[in-house]
Design a protein around this ligand. Sequence first.
Ligand code: BTN
Length: 247
Amino acid sequence: MDLEKIKKSISGELYYFDSVGSTNTEALKSENAPNFSLFLAENQTAGRGRKGRSWKASSGGIYMTVLIKPDRISENISMLTLLAGLCVSRVIASSRIKWPNDIILGDKKVAGILTETKISGKSGVIAVGIGINANNTGFCEDLADKATSIYLFSGEKQDETGLVTGVYNELLRAYKDFDKGFSDFLDEYREKCITLNREVVIIKDGKECVMTAKDIGKNGELIAVQNGKNERIAFGEVSVRGLLGYV
Ligand code: BTN
């Protein structure tokens, strides 16, 4: 990656690591770093994913965290996470979004987002962690039918510097309009959302519940219907039939 070029095209500081546990951890402990600093690693040894999962690094992957320091920590984190998904999807041609923020190419995952916060009193920091499979040439056995890279999907070597600066700048721009909430982004999100009008399985009261995803609500929640009854799913995991190895 061209670190000089990245430095020039971002508004905060660049913190680069050849290898680090997790860029999110680094961002969350760097309280003195300026707003919109970028934490970037060539390799992560303890990368975290959503739902307490790990995010394994392999060569060709992008591991980045954007540190956001809002004036007050009232930002709706779940909507910010949807916004970040939209920004990543804008940069990866042909990608779609599996609600809330798995980025999909074909029927496999190409990027994921983990937003974490550290709150102290009324202030706090937000780490928007983004993992993108850019030039990865393969994945471990348990991910083989679920994960792809942009390179594997398109057959074309990817410009990792361009992806990093592209995602960073999309997020920076979109965040400026985020004051008003997610509503300005909703139509674009709906268009990109691969979950809509498909059969989904959610876990409700410990039981699997098959529903049809119908819409995204104004706060980013998934609206699914079962037996004519609407259910609003604010967060959590949904499996989508036909995606990520779920048949
Ligand atoms: C997911 O489970 O889909 C979210 C994966 C997020 C991975 C990224 S890689 C950079 C940042 N650092 C981490 O430890 N996790 C995020």
